[in-house]
Design a binder for this molecule. Structure first.
Ligand code: GTP
Length: 541
């Protein structure tokens, strides 16, 4: 028999969906986000998110660097209600801001939306982020964007996704025309044609005329040649493929594909509607006490991201917590699994765009921001009731490496402290040479921005000016059997061995090719692109 709280939780989960967008810069993530908010009623006119970003740039000085470069380093959580359902969009930083934060945000997402530019198809950053999603087996919804411009053939794009990502595809809607002749989409589920009208700059919802496939008005409303083309395409599609299999979608093996144009709003609402129907609701999580369902009445969640200095007035840190089970209530006290301490969560924050607003309750699938005066680290679990601990968030293979030097011996202590705190915070990974005489830390990152943040903060917060020497590596692999396994294989070529902050061996390579060669030469050596850490089971050096 379920208790009252369980029922409340089940109801909340039923009405919640959470996702992150994965895309390559310029595919239209900001535009799509904005249009989703428009259809979700969270904004009334598109342009607001961008405007707010621009305004923030003008008014905020939280990090001079952000201003200097005109970029947004903070990623946020956007919430909106659509058809009674609360949708949480975990915004991943785009473009130059690409960093480990982007990967970690995916650890808190139940679904991913893969946004693709119709003219470009799959691009490198999308592929990388896809790999992270694949690792977690989360459902991936594909939105092929910019159909209002000349692009590649829709069938060719589906083929690319299937071949390159190994994902089965199912086109939920199908574009009618492309470029200037992009008129709308065909909804294969309802067997209806949606013809859209452009609004000025797409700032309002697009007018949508919906007609059945057999409706005689088609001839007046749609050019003959486009209608023929649609019928041919649909025949091909029917002939080529199976049905939508939600089980496969939920296992991350099949992707429902949508075509549209975020700029003109074509296909955006249909996408949202089907996303709601098909997406995974907040589900169970693996923990030290087994799989815990969201309806487990005790509160628990994990920290997936730390953000420093979001508010210039407070120079504080915020820990972003994904709620996994139970109900979060303001002022509640929780246990901190790693340290065993009891923490009162007194100023929880909901994060909408760049504004922060205090929240009273949150449910599984939500993200809350907690003030973090040095209490939380990435991967930490907080809970009430019986002790439990979530699996932690892995380190992902960095691609950029550099030695960080402190040229001023009188700043030795500050330098050590700064590097160690920034590492704990997850700003960058730190590795060391195996040669004890070489004590300069090696910074390892997935995005260039991480280096800049570290140097900037060391100077601003710790008063240490540093020198960065880039290293010629681009691939890192952890040795699964540790030092013992590594010592057994003897001398290795075209690789450099370093140790990570836990003292474990990591091999650095100049390129993939060298890495593959070593794997070919030493099949007995098991290498991994991911180091499962950030959990209290691991001791830090
Ligand atoms: N023609 C067309 N242009 C689009 C569409 N969606 C976005 N764009 C344009 O593509 C460019 C990039 O769009 P953004 O939404 O800023 O892309 P983004 O992925 O957020 O880019 P980053 O911030 O660099 O990651 C802008 O000039 C948009 O106006 C679309 O559906 N059609």
């Amino acid at each position: 028999m379920s208790t009252e709280i369980e029922n409340e939780l089940l109801e909340a989960v039923e009405l919640r969906r959470n996702f992150a967008i994965i895309s390559h810069p310029d595919a239209g993530k900001t535009t799509l986000t904005e249009k989703l908010l428009l259809y979700g009623g969270a904004i009334h006119e598109a342009g607001a998110v961008k405007a707010r970003r621009a305004q923030r740039k003008a008014t905020s000085d939280w990090m001079a660097m952000e201003q200097q470069r005109g970029i947004s380093i903070t990623s946020t959580v956007l919430q909106f209600i659509y058809r009674n359902c609360q949708i949480n969009l975990l915004d991943t930083p785009g473009h130059q801001d690409f960093s480990e934060d982007t990967y970690r945000t995916l650890a808190a997402a139940d679904n991913a939306v893969m946004l693709i530019d119709a003219a470009k198809g799959l691009e490198p950053q999308t592929r990388k982020l896809f790999e992270v999603c694949k690792l977690r087996g989360i459902p991936i919804f594909t939105f092929v964007n910019k159909l209002d411009r000349p692009g590649r053939e829709p069938l060719e794009l589906l083929d690319e996704i299937e071949q390159e990502l190994g994902l089965q595809t199912y086109a939920v809607n199908w574009p009618i025309g492309m470029g200037d002749r992009f008129k709308g989409v065909f909804d294969r589920h309802q067997q209806q044609i949606h013809l859209f009208e452009r609004s000025s700059h797409g700032s309002k919802e697009a007018r949508d005329t919906t007609i059945d496939l057999g409706d005689s008005r088609i001839e007046e409303l749609l050019e003959q040649s486009l209608f023929h083309q649609l019928k041919n395409d649909l025949e091909l599609l029917e002939g080529a493929g199976g049905d939508l299999d939600l089980e496969l979608v939920h296992q991350g093996k099949m992707t429902p594909v949508f075509f549209g144009s975020a700029m003109t709003n074509f296909g955006v609402e249909l996408f949202l509607k089907y996303f709601l129907d098909y997406a995974l609701k907040p589900g169970t999580h693996s923990s030290s006490v087994g799989e815990v369902p969201p309806s487990y009445p005790e509160f628990s969640g994990f920290v997936f991201k730390l953000q420093a200095n979001m508010d210039p007035k407070h120079r504080d840190r915020v820990a972003f917590v994904r709620v996994c089970t139970g109900k979060f209530e303001k002022d509640m006290t929780v246990n901190h699994a790693r340290t065993g301490k009891v923490v009162r969560l007194s100023r929880p924050q909901k994060l909408f765009a760049q504004e922060r607003e205090s929240i009273d309750v949150a449910y599984p699938g939500d993200v809350i921001g907690l003030n973090n005066p040095g209490v939380f680290a990435i991967g930490d679990t907080i809970y009430t009731g019986q002790k439990l601990e979530y699996e932690g968030i892995p380190y992902f293979s960095p691609e950029l490496f550099a030695t960080l030097r402190n040229p001023n011996p009188s700043k030795f202590k500050q330098f050590q402290k700064g590097v160690s705190e920034l590492r704990e915070e997850g700003a960058v990974q730190i590795m060391y040479a195996t040669d004890e005489a070489k004590r300069d830390p090696i910074l390892a990152a997935v995005g260039q921005l991480q280096f800049e943040v570290v140097q900037f903060r060391l100077q601003n917060e710790y008063g240490v000016e540093t020198i960065l020497d880039l290293l010629p590596y681009s691939v890192a692999r952890w040795v699964e059997g540790g030092w013992e396994a590594l010592n057994q294989v003897g001398r290795l070529f075209n690789t450099t061995t370093v140790k990570d902050s836990m003292g474990r061996p990591v091999l650095l390579f100049r390129n993939e090719w060298n890495c593959q060669q070593l794997e070919g030469d030493h099949p007995e050596l098991k290498l991994s692109a991911i180091a499962p850490v950030f959990s209290s089971q691991n001791t830090v050096l």
